[in-house]
Each structure stands twice: as structure tokens, then as C-alpha cells.
Design a protein. Structure first.
Length: 307
């Protein structure tokens, strides 16, 4: 199945003009990446998603833990969290090729509720990310999504059934217990997830831990403990990273100046913004924005084509 999946993804890339970079599909939450070289770490907020590697290898660093996943392995992220990902195995002869699929939390919950023996989340859940094997049923689902994207009329009819199947295989697999926390209503996991949604919507404002704890319906001390346990950072560190990542997007995609980006994401001092930006990304804001504009200019506007 590994050769079929790799062949199907490669055929799709070539149908889009070939080359490397990000290849969007007609399915909004399914994207393909091909890289001919190793890449520097890229800091970002990972959403609940399934990241499948067909060839090559990647690493993800969250907190102090590093996970590596290679061909026919997948990374599953069950909660929004800041992390650094990078391609660590790639060449022109054997490029890195991967597929990312956003997970639908509501669909995951529906499937979990229909299982005869649903997995039970661990009493003390750890970080909301894990690496697993891509078995044949899961690989077939991914391949069907890639092929489906070439027939847009089929997507509204077939997409949901394939995604439900993906949820089923993930929940009934060896890591189902780690993923099912996302499906259990009113769990500490879901309470923290609600607070994260609130944080994302209000990251430019001055927020207190007490406010976020109230949204999560937890005591401030319990909220702080569970938040760091699941995301590897404190709530305020999470907010800072949201601000800095959004500022990078504003400078790269909207050509905002350093000062404009700083004030739009909630900083009152451009100098403080520059210091914190440089500390997080390892380079000054203006230079970092220029680097990213050059890096992605060749495929930033790439649109999915149909056969």
C-alpha cells in the first residue's frame, strides 16, 4: 500500500505542475507538501490534524520533547498547540512527501459515540500529540481523498464518509485512548480546548489567567496545570506565540511594517515586540519576513487544478 499511496500523491503533484512546496487540493482541509531538501524548524500553531508521511521524514518539537516520523508513519495532533516542525530527510532523488488533513472534532465525537466499545481517555492525559503507524486501511482513506480532489463534484457526496472512516481507524487503533479525549464532552481536555478557542479569538487583548480559567470552568490553579500539561506551555506563553505568529503572517502576507504588525497583535512597544520576536524566531522581524516572502513566493498563490 505504501507504493500505491506514494504513487497517487506523486501523480497528483505532477498534475499540478510539479516542483516543490505546498500543494492545496480541492478539499479545503487537505494539503500536500513536497520538499527536495531539509528545512529549518518552522514555529506554528498546530490544529487538530493528521499528518501522514509517504516519503522522507519530519520532526516536531513541542516543549522539550522531539518526535520523529518517517515513511508510512503519521503525526496526530488532538489539540491546538504551539510546536516547531521541520523536514529532516529529503533530497531531489527522494523528496519528502506528506499529506496534512485537518480533523473535524464534531465528526470524531459522533464516531466515538457510535463505537460499541469506545476507547477511554487516560486518567492523566499527557501532551496532545503522538506518532503512529499508517496501516493499510488508513492509507487507503488518504489515497481516496487525494483521488477525490481531482473530481470536485464527488467531494460533497463522498468526503464525509471517508473522513468518518479515518476517525474510525484512528479511534480503534493503538492510540485511540490518546485521541478520544478530544471526543469526550466536558472532560478537562475539552475545557482547555474551549479556553484555547477563546484565546485565539482574543489574543490581541490583555488577558488574565483567571479569565481563561472561567471560560474553561476550572479553578485558576487547575486550569494552569492542565493547560501546560496538554500544550507544553503556559497560557500566557501560548498567547505570546499566537501574537508573534500572527504578526509574521501580517508582515509576509499583508506586507505590514514591523510597527503595524506589532500594534495589530496587541503590543504597545515596537522595541519589546522586536526583542520577543527575535527571541522566538531567532532573527529580527523585518529580515524574517523577507526570508519567508522569498521562500514561499514561488507557490504561495498556487491553486488546485482539476483533471
Amino acid at each position: 500500500m505504501s507504493s500505491s499511496l506514494l504513487g497517487g500523491i506523486t501523480a497528483y503533484i505532477e498534475s499540478q505542475g510539479g516542483g516543490e512546496g505546498l500543494f492545496p487540493t480541492q478539499i479545503e482541509n487537505v494539503n500536500i507538501i513536497r520538499s527536495y531538501q531539509q528545512r529549518m524548524p518552522m514555529r506554528q500553531i498546530y490544529r487538530p490534524s493528521l499528518c501522514v508521511v509517504a516519503q522522507g521524514a519530519k520532526e516536531i518539537l513541542f516543549g522539550e520533547e522531539t518526535l520523529r516520523y518517517g515513511a508510512m508513519e503519521c503525526l496526530v495532533v488532538s489539540m491546538e498547540m504551539p510546536a516547531s516542525g521541520r523536514v529532516v530527510e529529503a533530497s531531489e532523488q527522494t523528496p519528502y512527501i506528506g499529506v496534512t488533513i485537518d480533523l473535524d472534532v464534531n465528526m470524531l465525537r459522533e464516531v466515538w459515540e457510535q463505537l460499541e466499545t469506545p476507547p477511554v481517555s487516560p486518567a492523566t492525559p499527557g501532551p496532545s500529540v503522538f506518532v503512529g503507524m499508517v496501516d493499510e486501511p488508513l492509507a487507503e482513506c488518504v489515497l481516496r481523498l487525494i483521488r477525490m480532489s481531482q473530481t470536485p463534484k464527488a467531494i460533497p457526496i463522498l468526503y464525509s464518509s471517508v473522513m468518518r472512516e479515518i476517525c474510525y481507524w484512528l479511534l480503534t487503533g493503538p492510540h485511540g485512548a490518546e485521541l478520544c479525549s478530544l471526543a469526550v464532552p466536558e472532560s478537562n481536555f475539552m475545557r482547555i480546548a474551549k479556553a484555547i478557542y477563546f484565546l485565539r479569538a482574543n489574543f490581541a487583548q490583555t488577558l488574565r489567567v483567571e479569565q481563561m480559567a472561567e471560560v474553561a470552568r476550572m479553578s485558576p490553579s487547575s486550569f494552569h496545570q492542565h493547560f501546560k500539561q496538554l500544550t507544553s506551555v503556559t497560557p500566557l506563553q501560548f498567547q505570546k506565540q499566537l501574537r508573534l505568529l500572527e504578526s509574521r503572517r501580517l508582515m509576509v502576507a499583508d506586507a505590514a511594517s514591523v510597527e503595524e504588525a506589532a500594534y495589530k497583535v496587541g503590543y504597545e512597544s515596537a522595541s519589546q515586540f522586536s526583542r520577543e520576536y527575535s527571541r522566538m524566531f531567532g532573527v529580527a522581524p523585518k529580515q524574517d519576513a523577507l526570508n519567508h516572502q522569498r521562500m514561499y513566493s514561488q507557490y504561495a498563490s498556487r491553486k488546485a487544478r482539476t483533471a
